[in-house]
Design a protein. Structure first.
Length: 58
């Protein structure tokens, strides 16, 4: 019994699972229209962070 052939098996499995989860997330974001709300929230967070860096409150 040799384990040399199975050395990359877990890496490939993790990549396949993460790809499946990413695909499901993209389909859900596109189908449910969550993408627009997510982009707006991300834009607000980015503007807040940039505002804090360029004009700190202290």
């Amino acid at each position: 019994m040799s384990t040399a052939g199975e050395s990359g098996q877990t890496t490939v499995e993790f990549l396949m699972i993460s790809g499946l989860i990413t695909t499901m997330a993209i389909v859900l974001l596109d189908t449910l229209g969550i993408d627009d709300r997510f982009q707006e929230n991300l834009r607000e967070v980015t503007e807040y962070i940039i505002g804090q860096v360029t004009d700190p409150p202290y």
